[in-house]
Each structure stands twice: as C-alpha cells, then as structure tokens.
Design a protein around this ligand. Structure first.
Ligand SMILES: *Cc1c(COP(=O)(O)O)cnc(C)c1O
Length: 401
C-alpha cells in the first residue's frame, strides 16, 4: 500500500473503496456534516492534540506495555507478544475513542453524550469519559441486555450516567440504537452521539479509527525496541472492528507484517449461531453505512451470536470491508470452544485473564504459532476478563489444574 494510506482513506465523502459513506435522512445528514467539519477543525489543532496526549498519559495510563509471553511461547511455539489494552484505564481499548469523542464534544460546546450499548462495555467507557469531563451522559440499553449485564448497568449509574431502558421489539442492541438516535435527533444542539466502534455513518468510522491509532503507533515502536524487528503477524478480534483498526494502523503502510482479523464462529456456521460477517456476509447497508452484512435475501440483518457479546454484530466497519477486498488483511474465525480454551490458557500460563472477545485473537495466535514455530505474533489484548469470570465458570466449569 502507498505510504499515503491514511490520506487516501476514507475519501471526502467517507468512503473506503465502495464501503462506508452515509445513508441517512437529510436532517441527520446535515448534522453529521457538522460533526465532520468540527472534527477536522478541532482535532488537528495543537491544543486538542496536546490535551488528548496528556489525558492518555496521566489518566489512561498510556502507553500500555507490550509483553512477551514466555510460557505460552514455550508451549505453542513461535514468539507470542501481547499489546496490553487490558491495562488501559477501565480495562479495555474502548476508552481510547471515548476520551477522544468526549474531548471533541467539549470543544464543540456540547453538554451531553448520548449512546447505545449492547453488553454495556461501550456505555461504561463513555460514562467514564463523561465523568472525567463533567458532561451529562445518557446510555440507551435494551431491557433484555440490562438484565443480562446488570453489573455494567450499576457501573454506569455509579459513574453518574443515566441508563434509559428500551422496552420495544426484542429489547436488545438494535432497538437501543434506534432509541439513542431518536434522543439525539431531539437534542442536536446540546449533545453529541458517540459511536462505540468503527461503524455507523461518516465521519464515525474515521474518527474512531483515528482515536484508536495510538494503539498501533505505540505497539510498532515498542515491538521494535524489544526485538529490533517488525512482527511477522499481527492479530486482533473483530466485532465492529475498532481495536483491530487501532493495532492494524501501525502496520498498514509498510506491509512487513501479515494482519489477521478474527471473527466469532460461535457454535457453528448455521444462521443465528455465529457472527462471522466477513466470512459469510455480503455487501449491504446497515445503520446508515455500507459494509459486509450478514443478511437474508431481502437485505434484513440476520440474528447473530457469540459467547463474547462484544463481537456479535451482523455488520462490520467499512474499512475492514475494504481491507478484505484489497487482500490487505486476512479475516478468519474462531469458535466459542477455542476462545474458552484460550481464556483459561492465558490465565493459567501467564496470569492474565482476558476478555472473551480478546480470547478469540489469542486462540488464533496459538494456531499461527503451531503452524510456524519460528514466527513472531503480536496480539492486541483488547480487554480484561473480569466481566466474564462468573459466566465462564458457571457455563463451562473450571478445567483441572
Ligand atoms: C467491545 C469490545 C470488543 C469489540 O469491539 P471492536 O470494535 O471490534 O474492537 C473487543 N474487545 C473488547 C474487550 C471489547 O470490550
């Protein structure tokens, strides 16, 4: 790829090749254009950049380390390294883009952040950012999800966010998106809608990618400092694709590393038992943008499932959709069972309990290590697994020591 990758993509209209763009009613389109203009005017200023840099260092605890896994590498072969986003404040990479979006809101003079949340991870990260900046925060969440993810509802409330229960339809993520968008439309002037991944209409996939780039920039430098080389392989899990775009951005322009995006294969490739959008989806439109979509013959999104609730989305970021078609990233999948095994392996051999989402990437790293015992593998460990411990032990039990 040309050295100018980030200048070239997305184009002015927010397209990554044929993907992305903005498919919205005119009044919303107008508002998104305003956000886009504000983003360009504000985010390139010295003041914004230095404030964000200071927040990352003093509040988030960046740079997060890169860690060499001694015992795992000995067991599986290869040289396995982790970029420790689980050590980022609040326990995952999501805070990287939430702090950026909230800082943008502050510079735009907004008083309130609005978002939807599925499993609650994005809601918690945004509530954290809102508390830091003294902004109001309104999180829309399906009643079914509120029940399933009760600890995250409590976390958001402790952090001072207002959690709005959504009680129509299936009472999950899709209805929460609609409800949050409605609330935003009612209150454009005072609020900013904050998307939780590299998805949605332009400019969100670009903004979230830009805010996550810090992960890849740090990781590339740290890996080189430790080894004197570039990694042979870089691996990240893909739900919407923000943590993957973060780490891939460090390695897209020089093509030295082979990049792998890992999707959830769930229980099987039967409809409703996985969320392998790149593997089995077709180009389509969802939530106001074009990307690969798991869809029926009429273009309606299909039901999705993964043991990792942060990965079960029937669409995927437009940039990933393009990178797949350009052959710049390999998209592969890992099922529930392998992810659970990797969850316990990383816990017991390295003392690191990973998020179930991240465990998908770790499981694929084991495969690469076993295939080529001489290669180096850098995994983006997107988050910590505290949120998953009760569920995993209840459902799968503890393996023998
Ligand atoms: C939300 C989440 C993901 C999935 O989101 P992406 O946008 O694909 O990165 C992955 N890992 C963790 C820990 C998450 O919380």
């Amino acid at each position: 790829m040309p050295k100018s990758y980030f200048k070239e993509y997305p184009n002015e209209k927010g397209y990554f090749g044929e993907f992305g763009g903005s498919f919205l009613p005119p009044h919303l389109e107008k508002e998104m254009n305003k956000v886009n203009d504000a983003y360009f005017a504000i985010s390139k200023s010295h003041k914004f950049i230095s404030e964000l840099r200071s927040i990352r260092k003093h509040y988030q605890g960046r740079p997060t380390p890169v860690y060499y896994c001694n015992r795992l590498s000995e067991k599986y072969g290869g040289r396995i390294y982790l970029k420790r986003e689980d050590l980022n404040h609040s326990g995952a990479h999501k805070l990287n883009h939430c702090m950026g979006e909230a800082l943008l809101a502050k510079y735009m003079g907004k008083k309130k952040l609005i978002a939807e949340t599925g499993a609650g991870q994005h809601g918690v990260a945004l509530a954290t950012a809102a508390a830091y900046f003294g902004l109001e925060c309104e999180i829309h969440m399906g009643e079914v999800d509120m029940h399933k993810e009760h600890p995250n509802v409590v976390r958001m409330e402790i952090l001072g966010a207002k959690v709005i229960p959504v009680s129509h339809g299936l009472k999950t993520l899709k209805e929460a998106v609609d409800s949050a968008f409605d609330a935003y439309v009612q209150d454009f002037e005072n609020s900013l809608y904050c998307i939780g991944s590299v998805v949605g209409p332009h400019p969100f996939p670009m903004m979230v990618r830009d805010f996550q780039r810090v992960v890849g920039v740090e990781a590339k430098e740290q890996f080189f400092e430790m080894t004197g080389e570039q990694p042979d392989n870089v691996v990240a899990c893909v739900g919407g694709g923000s943590n993957a775009m973060g780490i891939f951005s460090g390695f897209l322009e020089d093509e030295a590393a082979t990049l792998y995006g890992v999707e959830p294969a769930g229980l099987s490739f039967k409809t409703g038992e996985h969320a392998a959008t790149m593997t089995l989806g077709k180009p389509g439109i969802i939530h106001g943008f074009k990307c690969y979509v798991l869809q029926d013959d009429d273009g309606n999104p299909l039901p999705v499932y993964s043991v990792a609730s942060g990965l079960d989305y029937p669409g995927v970021g437009p940039e990933h959709s393009m990178l797949k078609d350009l052959g710049m990233v390999n998209y592969v999948s890992v099922g529930d069972k392998e992810a659970i095994d990797a969850f316990y392996e990383l816990s017991r051999l390295e003392g690191i309990i990973p998020a179930l989402e991240s465990a998908h990437a770790v499981a694929y790293a084991f495969k690469l290590a076993q295939e080529n015992r001489h290669s180096s593998i850098l995994v983006n460990l997107s988050g910590r697994g505290d949120k998953d411990i009760d569920f995993v032990v209840d459902k799968y039990g503890l393996p023998d020591v």
